[in-house]
Design a protein around this ligand. Structure first.
Ligand SMILES: NC(=O)C1=CN([C@@H]2O[C@H](COP(=O)(O)OP(=O)(O)OC[C@H]3O[C@@H](n4cnc5c(N)ncnc54)[C@H](OP(=O)(O)O)[C@@H]3O)[C@@H](O)[C@H]2O)C=CC1
Ligand SMILES: CC(=O)N[C@@H](CCC(=O)OP(=O)(O)O)C(=O)O
Length: 350
């Protein structure tokens, strides 16, 4: 099948290009750029020289629908909501990396993103692409809304406990840390070298757009006995001096006395058959370097018998499992291909 990537010069797009180039079932046919159509991609990204021979196109749905079957959007919030509906008129498969279609409520989107929301019909059509949890729905969908980077790490770490009613749903705290590539390629005061180097900074406390996303999808998977609850979480984001990687360290009160070994077995069973989630053995916690450049989400768990609380550590590469990799994983699911197709890279270590 033939694919297009929209938002060509951004980090999400260039990561998609890296993954699609070696995918056995697809050919990258078009890179669409708002700012640099007519320019060869290797002129913007010299590391693609002699590998990817594509000149970027301008957005033109009349041409695009004749060229490709699948369109990935790696554009800032507010862009795919305008372009993606045009693709759906031609029944193209769409996978959106932005937050435009993740929140079911237009009102909540407008509050947290500060922009006009997409039309309700598209919000209803969109399926949330947290692959391990929603694969059955993803398989039936032509409009996948790829999760945010922090929500991917947080939800994969929390859902086994939520579904098994092992934590007090009012007690969830998520401490998130990210590398600078999470902010995209454009330059800003907060992300330039001397601001980030030798520094750790909390940001968007109480106002991060991933708060309603995490809450919506915890509420979506609540077991029947908790179905009436409206879970709220405390989430704090921190920027660290590294390029790639997200770590969510999460805390909650346990509802029953369980041991770390028991939780380890529960997680291993929950993610059995899901090759991209790796659960660490008791006493071993994951680090961001251990997933760098790969589609893995690695999880470590510790039940503190002294305090009755659990700590979960979940790491991903924000650009892979947190964006382009999970988008490719979703494409694999939609098309009935092996879920690991094009995603079998060993993490880049050290
Ligand atoms: N970086 C990350 O770790 C993650 C990012 N995301 C989401 O993925 C999307 C892409 O992120 P990322 O690649 O990091 O961001 P970048 O800022 O690096 O790239 C976005 C690209 O979109 C294009 N663009 C910018 N403004 C417009 C516009 N007004 N109209 C059309 N195109 C525009 C530009 O490319 P061009 O001019 O070539 O079209 C730009 O380079 C965002 O929505 C982001 O929130 C999600 C998860 C993780
Ligand atoms: C360092 C940094 O700024 N990271 C971004 C990551 C957000 C993102 O990837 O965007 P979505 O809204 O599409 O999920 C942030 O925390 O807002």
């Amino acid at each position: 099948m033939k694919t297009a990537v929209v938002g060509g010069t951004g980090y999400g797009a260039v990561e998609l290009i890296r993954l699609l180039d070696k995918h056995p079932m697809v050919q990258l046919e078009s890179i669409v750029s708002h700012s640099q159509s007519g320019t060869e991609i290797h002129a913007v990204y010299p590391h693609l020289s002699n590998i990817v021979h594509l000149t970027m196109d301008e957005w033109n749905i009349q041409n695009l629908h004749q060229q490709v079957d699948i369109v990935f959007f790696a554009t800032p919030a507010g862009v795919s909501k305008e372009l993606l509906p045009q693709c759906r008129e031609y029944d193209l498969q769409c996978i959106d990396l932005s937050g435009d279609f993740r929140l079911a409520s237009r009102e909540i989107y407008e509050t947290w993103y500060g922009k006009a929301a997409p039309a309700t019909a598209f919000l209803q059509e969109a399926v949330y692409g947290l692959t391990e949890i929603f694969a059955a729905d993803i398989k039936q969908s032509r409009l996948i809304s790829n999760p945010g980077c922090y929500p991917t790490a947080a939800l994969l770490g929390l859902i086994p406990l939520v579904k098994n009613r092992l934590i007090d749903l009012g007690s969830i705290i998520i401490d998130g840390k990210t590398g600078v590539s999470g902010a995209g390629r454009s330059v800003s005061l907060g992300t330039h070298f001397s601001e980030v180097n030798e520094n750790v900074k909390a940001y968007k406390i109480g106002s991060h757009q991933h708060i309603p996303e995490i809450e919506q999808y915890i509420n979506a998977v609540l077991p029947e006995a908790d179905a009436e609850k409206d879970v709220k979480v405390t989430f704090s984001a921190h920027l660290l001096p590294m390029t790639r990687g997200i770590m969510c360290t999460m805390y909650a009160d346990l509802t029953a006395p369980v041991t770390t070994a028991e939780l380890g077995r529960l997680y291993a069973q929950f993610y059995d058959g899901h090759p991209f989630v790796r659960v660490r053995p008791e006493g071993i916690l994951p680090a961001t370097k251990e997933v760098c450049g790969s589609n893995y989400c690695d999880i470590g768990i510790h039940a503190d018998e002294r305090t009755g609380r659990v700590t979960i550590v979940s790491v991903i590469d924000n650009l892979v499992k947190g964006a382009a990799g999970q988008a490719v994983q979703n494409m694999n699911v939609v098309n009935g291909w092996d879920v690991t197709a094009g995603l079998t890279d060993i993490p880049l270590y050290p």
